[in-house]
Write a protein that binds this ligand. Structure first.
Ligand code: ZN
Length: 315
């Protein structure tokens, strides 16, 4: 049986980033404007590297290509998911992502981007932008062109532990003071709608992509309906947040000893709080806050022990 495959995160500096990835996770971030930890990634803009075992040193792109048996012999050409932790120290630009068909046609075969967020932490009174208030495409175009942002953008309050499903076509933005674990399709295509008229140190604004954003935005906005299920088993509480076309996402709160069976092609696991260990086939690996790993197809039954919270996903 293959042991869990631990991955080395990649850090991305962003104008909106801060130091929370160091302060809260102890990561060696490159600067005080670090916005993204690409935790489980096989995207060419920042692929993860295996930290342990027989595949140590390989990128997740290589592993996917050379060892399909670890992932249930998938049909997908590229590793389909991307797990990130985002430190929104200031507001992110208001944006929207295309679906698979639009991205394939206009973005050199990139995947579309449906994503979801688990709010790890946020400041008191934090919000995010989720959807808009226009009722027709014409109204959406006129509100964007006239810069009626207060009327156009739909703001929702957030608190730690909240979960949001963000299908492609949803206008959205993380706002100041939120720390988020994002599970998404493996895509880096963003159409920026509004950037608060911010300028960089050279006095330049970041590029907007209004026509593409208008093309792909869903009108009117539809709130994704979530049916969060909670299941209590010995040693663990499992919350199922979403089971959708591109991914299923869960939170596991382990407290004590819990038994699991890995029945998916592969599982992505991120420890976002606490510590403990995982035992697969008689071998034990420690688990600490900030660890990210993959449980391959042949993991079979395994045990987790300790007191920790994990966000878990599969295709
Ligand atoms: Zn996004």
């Amino acid at each position: 049986m293959t042991q869990p495959i631990f991955l080395q995160p990649i850090f991305q500096e962003r104008i909106w980033g801060g130091t929370a990835l160091k302060d809260q996770f102890g990561y060696p971030i490159p600067s005080n404007h670090t916005g993204e930890c690409w935790a489980i990634s096989a995207h060419p803009n920042g692929p993860s590297i295996v930290k342990n075992g027989p595949f140590k040193g390989k990128t997740l792109i290589q592993l996917w290509g050379e060892h399909p048996e670890l992932f249930g012999n998938p049909k997908d050409k590229v590793f389909p998911l991307l797990t990130k932790i985002l430190d929104a120290n200031t507001d992110l630009s208001v944006q929207v992502h295309p679906n698979d068909q639009y991205a394939a046609k206009y973005e050199n075969g990139e995947l579309g981007k449906t994503e979801c967020w688990y709010i790890i932490d946020c400041k008191e009174g934090a919000e995010l932008i989720y959807g808009h208030h226009s009722s027709s495409k014409e109204e959406l175009v006129s509100m964007i062109e006239n810069g009626e942002w207060n009327e156009f953008l739909r703001r929702v309050p957030v608190k730690p532990g909240d979960f949001f499903y963000v299908p492609s076509g949803t206008i959205h933005a993380l706002c100041e003071g939120t720390l988020v674990l994002e599970t998404q399709q493996s895509s880096d295509t963003t159409y920026r709608v509004y950037d608060y008229d911010r300028v960089d140190q050279q006095g330049k604004k970041r590029e907007l992509h209004l026509q593409k954003a208008i093309d792909v935005s869903t009108v009117p906005h539809r709130d994704a309906e979530l049916h969060i299920l909670t299941e209590k088993r010995p040693g663990v509480v499992v919350n199922s947040f979403v089971k959708e076309q591109y991914f299923s996402v869960y939170k596991w709160d382990v407290n004590g000893t819990a038994e699991f069976v890995q029945e998916q092609p592969f599982l992505l696991v991120s420890i976002i709080d606490g510590n403990g260990e995982i035992n697969v086939d008689g071998e034990t690996n420690p688990l600490n806050k900030g660890d990210h790993f993959i449980l391959p197809t042949d993991t079979g039954s395994f045990t987790m022990e300790g007191k920790f919270t994990a966000i878990v996903s599969h295709i």
